[in-house]
Design a protein around this ligand. Sequence first.
Ligand code: SF4
Length: 557
Amino acid sequence: MILPACADEVAYYYKNNLDILLLTGDAYVDHPSFGISIIAQLLKKQGYRVAIAAQPTKSTLRNYPRPNLLVGITAGNVDSILSNYTANRKIRSDDKYSSGGSPGFKNNRNRPPRATIVYANWIKEIFKGIPVVIGGIEASLRRFAHYDYYSDKIRKSILADSKADLLVYGMGESQILEIVKRVEHQGPDFDRSGIPGTCYLQSSPQGKILPSYEEVVNNKSGLPQAYKIISQHSHPGYSSILSQQQDSRYIICNPPALPVDTVKLDEIYGLPYSRTVHFLFKKVPAFEMIANSITSHRGCVGNCSFCSIITHQGRIISSRSESSILEEVDIITTLESFHGHITDVGGPSADMYGSYCNFNSQIGCGSRRFCLYPKPCLNFINQPDKYFQLLEKILSHPKVKKVSIGSGLRLDLALRHDQYLKKIITTYTSGMLKVAPEHIAPQVLEVMRKYQPGEFEKFYTRFTKLKKEFKLRIQLVPYFILSHPGETESDLELLSRYVKKNRIFSKAIQDFTPSPLTRSTAIYASGINPDNGQEIYVAKKDKIRKRRRTKILNKKP
Ligand code: SF4
């Protein structure tokens, strides 16, 4: 059942006796692709009375009764700066997580910029003294002093700016259950220490000390140095507590929580989601895109420098069992909106379902090396057969006519298995196959920690051959990132020639967006390689980025 998401529903269903209020910057959709729905259903299963305040205003929040335990806050499935501003800091004209895809008005956005901070300040004012816990991707990525591309400045940890009591980073299921239990038994002054995957503020440092906020602001190498230590300590089972001074206090960041295993993941995806949009909202594009798709796993072993998924979900792959996924297929096929097409079965990258590390399947090897870069590690076990068996079983469901792979594919994994690409393009692609080579120039690929040079060309040749052989009407859509750190004028020239020769869609070429807490952003902000302290060229000025875009799209400047 969908949970109460307005004051009238809280009065009707709970007689105003509410335990936990959860705020989100997304429209409320009760579906496991929306983080807040997972947390809400999980807490409800434990017996708590939970309500949602989706895209709230200060006045709608005033109508809710004071919760007995705590308020949880997330900006939603996307960072609120990224959802409000383009890579070039222009205001966006859409928000796929809002009704009708509308972001609201210029000065009254459905999801306000810096939503976590805005919501936390409202709650602190309305429900004085109540414990406030922030989480989700925005809180995760902004937990330390970080570069903010909109203001082009280093900002303090979001914990300091929001004045929240606790910050949950990564996927937050185990953390939130522990926090709620502590508040229930210890009251609002609960012990905040020692919960893996959380951060809090205190007056003294602990564990390994990062360059302070002041040092990150005033010293060019502060951010890359901090990034290096954070990335070394972002592996469950191999990490220390980290501290970073912000003014007179310290952010204490506990080591990451262990990723959930198959049993827990099955439980999470088996919760009774109604798979509907709350009546206060309608036609949410992000939901319409994923309503008939299935998450098969979490985590990504890719380690791409620009990607925040690995920072948020981690690199240990947690896969659901086949039976749990098939049960979800049964549910989806009963929905009114289902017309026979399962539009995706995947995760951050489709072809990692069932993958694991042979060295240590639970926690991998820490920061010793990368699973796929520069070459796949011998301990990395990829199981395409398991993935295709699953897809075949879904396809054999009497009500399923088509199964597509909508999640991205790793080119290097697709090239590893001969029959793999053939199956994908002959059976599991509908119209377009999206891949992300990201660039062509070897030195940019190296900064990105992406594929080996020439890998995309190999993939393209094989794709074209198969397309001809099976007379298929499908199109390969490769995505590229423009103005990524390390891209010089000659790299741009190389990419530009390639794009023109192969008539790449302009929409598939995107400007680099410096999301907080990625390696690429540390390089973008400082011009320094965090690994060795060497300088890297960065096209940072708006004018240069604009000229590059104009050139690649072959428009007159
Ligand atoms: S041992 Fe290899 S597969 Fe395992 S976590 Fe390390 S790099 Fe990845």
